[in-house]
Design a protein around this ligand. Sequence first.
Ligand code: C2E
Ligand code: MG
Ligand code: MG
Ligand code: MG
Length: 281
Amino acid sequence: AVKASYRGTHLFYARHMSEGLEERRQLESDLRRAIERNELEIHYQPSIALQTGQIAGFEALARWTHPVRGSIPPSLFISIAEDCGLIHTIGEWALTEACRQAATWPHGLKVAVNLSPVQFAGPGLVGMVGGVLARTGLPAGRLELEITEQMLLESSEQTLAILRDLKALGLHIAMDDFGTGYSSLNYLRSFPFDRIKVDRSFVTGLGTGAQHTAIVRAVIDIARNLGMRTTAEGIETPEQHRQLAALGCDEVQGYLFSRPVPVAEVRPLIARWRVNGSLAA
Ligand code: C2E
Ligand code: MG
Ligand code: MG
Ligand code: MG
């Protein structure tokens, strides 16, 4: 906890220098009110299984529409929430929303929810997640929690123990944004992730040069050899889609297929996809 709060403080100052202390303070108090006034919502982006062309599940992404400033990107409000501790409230709310929704989806579609490293610092994460599963009735096997390499920087025994306890609930763990942090292959050895999500920055380069393809191929091969599944993030072009299929990637996600959509659009999207029977692309 001491280490985590030091890291939080460090990030806090770095961000203030670029974004302005007053603005962040204001947004922090606005965010507190936003939670009470239900200004936060979850949008859902489908993930497509390349083998079948069918939707495998959806990733839950938090959205905040500020009454005056309009849409605030999660990269900003999640970092503010992490600095001021609100991330615990937002994290539990987002997980509950996502699990409650997913429990109503047909065909056992899974839901992926992002976890902040800060949620690992406090006690009770495993109990919270178990409680949400029990209350919403979502079978644990349909939940995937996405964590980033940031979480494993300190790679303490404690972090690994929490990840193992989470997996013992029956849910799956994905490593998000793989390759962007202080990546170390050690992480892959020391913890059995169920899935690796290849970061958009690698996908973007596909089709523009042999090096990009080589890196993505290597990540997919490593994952496969370690018994992990792969998802590629940020597919925007048919060429990227084609290459990922050729490389044997398991799932794809990106604007080419669908942007994250509001909850009311999830069921129509599932229905439309089933009727078309394949990817629109
Ligand atoms: P992420 O988990 O890696 O989510 C993927 C991001 O890429 C999302 O941005 C998504 O809208 C965007 N994206 C998806 N497909 C494409 C594409 O084809 N092209 C481009 N350019 N972008 C694409 P978003 O929603 O702005 O979220 C940004 C980050 O904020 C997420 O990255 C995640 O780390 C964090 N985040 C969002 N919601 C939550 C949450 O509920 N809890 C936590 N802890 N973090 C969250
Ligand atoms: Mg994610
Ligand atoms: Mg990601
Ligand atoms: Mg990301």
